[in-house]
Write a protein that binds this ligand. Sequence first.
Ligand code: PLP
Length: 512
Amino acid sequence: MTLPAHTVEALPASPGSTARAHLLNGDSVARYRAALADGVDRVARRVAGAERPFTGITPDALAPQIAGIDLDRPLGDAGAALDELDDVYLRDAVWFHHPRYLAHLNCPVVIPALLGEAVLTAVNSSLDTWDQSAGATLIERRLIDWTATRIGFGPAADGIFTSGGSQSNLQALLLAREEACRSASTWDARRELLPRLRVITSAAGHFSVQKSAKLLGLAPDAVITVETDPQRRMVPAAVQREIARCRRDGLVVMAVVATAGTTDFGSIDPLAEIAAICATAGAWLHVDAAYGCGLLVSPTRRHLLDGIERADSVTIDYHKSFFQPVSSSAVLVRDGAVLRHATYHADYLNPARMVEQRIPNQVDKSLQTTRRFDALKLWLTLRVMGPDALGALFDEVVDRAAGAWELVSEDPRFEVVTRSSLSTVVFRYLPTGPGRELADAANLYAREALAASGAALVAGTTVDGRHFLKFTLLNPETTLDDVGHVLELIAEHASRYVRERTTAADLTCQVG
Ligand SMILES: *Cc1c(COP(=O)(O)O)cnc(C)c1O
């Protein structure tokens, strides 16, 4: 609806005029400063006061509170909204900075990155085109080049920041698919080739590989998962075997996905051996280093990634082992020219003449259009702390995980899976005597009981069909005392579960 100018002036108290005070501009910086300072202060108090990583709140307890908030009736004031938010979110949030948060690949975050987050979201650059991001584009490019150099790629390398490892893997596999389809110049040829494309990964690889294959229109059985060795690393001979089998069956290996840091086991596939196999077979090698990428800055363990420089594409999750807040990830390619498979020109945004005018333009390389300046977080982190300091933090958690593994392996109450190259420990409580068959249920129970108490959070997974528990250590503040304490709690919960079940069974037997 358009109103004549005099009508607008006659309505000074319209919702629009008060709304305008909430827009960030030169007139509202005082409000901006106050609101953010208040928000930061509330978070700081919760961070400082978190005695446990979690309160144990259940969805059933929290859902009615959130459902009860009338989104059509604003509180009008940031302070009031923060009070409410404290009730429905901050008080019961899961705190990754707590030393007994040991569950998933969530890191405590470094303050320079939080500063970056505050800056990038206020400036709100969008990294699609230069005219929406100016210097930000160049900063992102410097960080891509820096990461590529750390990987050991040559000057032709390129890449792009993404929302996370899943998106990085998807984009890498999109590029691999397009490279595999280069010979199929007609739609008929492509339609004939697509169902024959295969991706080889290991049984310990990430599920986003399967998801990507589905999104890319590959056959339902396109992902071949080969076996791992006892250290849960991909077996190179198995890769070779599957490549040969595909050839025999008229199938085309579009990509081999090696994992540098499997999510569960922290194992690193033998990258150099797999790279050699891929080179011989002419197969695209993607290295999923979403977890292991922290080794790129490790002062002592960079060699664990040897061979990564022979990949065609690499996934990096700065938000896992570079202590960055979500989201911060990148996909890197050895030959930047392949990024053209993600390029489309829109007249309104990135007409081809921009390329001729040499105006840098990130949307040509990305699956996203409007895109956050996540790179700024890493930039400020490197400018304040530097790479060695980040790598030292990651080294510390890897050392701690080795200590934790020893602790668990020396404890007769637990069974532990192979030692991780990174920072996970996969283990389970083993009941002895009667109740042995309750091991799966007891471990499931212990994990849930621990979470409900909020005293610690651990993850769960299955190994060869059995329920196991998992520590993921990403917090240098976690001590071996913390680990020992959590093990005691797990043993208490699990043994109580077994005791109650076996006593009940005894009683039933006696009564029967
Ligand atoms: C976490 C992870 C991913 C997915 O990354 P997101 O950032 O969660 O999307 C992919 N691969 C591996 C090995 C991971 O550990």
